[in-house]
Design a protein around this ligand. Structure first.
Ligand code: NAD
Length: 228
């Protein structure tokens, strides 16, 4: 299958790319900068916050698009009363607007195919909220609404649209947090460990394996049983 993975250069996206490549998919990475090493995928430079850049990225791919994984995401954390407009816009532009317009571009082809998959990487924070992350939480909650709406709108075309809500996954996004914050987070995780990018990638693989084709419009929590 042909797969597009946004933000596939590092972290969770990179693990998703590796997982899909290892099972034989042809993978296109949409990212601002290339991966550090050769992942066996094609890199296409795309700024997910720009519709023009997204359009150009999709134009570079010939043939069907069977899988889109909207994984690119950023955080600009600040308490609500101090959040600047630029930081609201930056986060919403990548995490929500960018993900939607990638889906729109992919859907134009997917609608003509027999079966295809869109997976949106949301966050547990989009379900339960988190102090200091108002823009991020809003973007991830919005992505769940996009997931559920697209699932209903394109079910008749057999486009299966689901979201994954990871909990605390060890990547560059979380390694900046202090040891105190990490220890506190661990107390809410019954499985008593942080997730790995592979924990998320394996679920993407399952959702697109053909063994989960009666799932659409769902949010899968990949969070070690997090109690929040
Ligand atoms: P990361 O920062 O390690 O990687 C994000 C990737 O997205 C990078 O390769 C980056 O270059 C790319 N990217 C950022 N802005 C972009 C843009 N404008 N255009 C194109 N590419 C862009 O982050 P991660 O931890 O791997 O997170 C991946 C996804 O998972 C994000 O959507 C994040 O919100 C979500 N998530 C992460 C965690 C976690 O604990 N790490 C938890 C829940 C959800």
């Amino acid at each position: 299958m042909n797969a597009v993975v946004t933000g596939g250069a590092r972290g969770i996206g990179r693990a998703i790319v590796e997982e899909l490549v290892s099972r034989g998919d042809t993978v296109f990475i949409f990212d601002c900068s290339p991966p550090e090493d050769n992942l066996g995928a094609s890199f296409i430079q795309v700024d997910i916050s720009s519709l023009e850049s997204i359009r150009e990225g999709f134009e570079k791919i010939n043939g069907p698009i069977d899988i889109l994984v909207n994984n690119a995401g950023i955080a600009r954390d600040m308490l609500a009363v101090r959040l600047r407009e630029a930081d609201w816009d930056a986060v919403l532009d990548v995490n929500l607007k960018g993900a939607f317009f990638c889906a729109q571009q992919a859907l134009k082809r997917m609608m003509k195919q027999k079966k295809s998959y869109i997976i949106n990487i949301s966050s547990v924070v989009g379900v339960v909220g988190n102090p200091g992350q108002i823009n991020y939480a809003a973007s991830k909650a919005g992505l769940i609404a996009v997931t559920k709406t697209l699932a209903k709108e394109y079910a008749a075309r057999n486009v299966l649209v689901n979201a994954i809500a990871p909990g605390f996954i060890q990547t560059s996004m979380t390694e900046k947090l202090s040891d105190k914050v990490k220890q506190e987070a661990l107390t809410h995780i019954p499985l008593n460990r942080f997730g790995t990018p592979q924990d998320v990638a394996k679920v993407v693989s399952f959702l697109t394996s053909g063994n989960a084709d009666y799932l659409t419009g769902q949010v899968l929590h990949v969070d070690g049983g997090m109690v929040v």
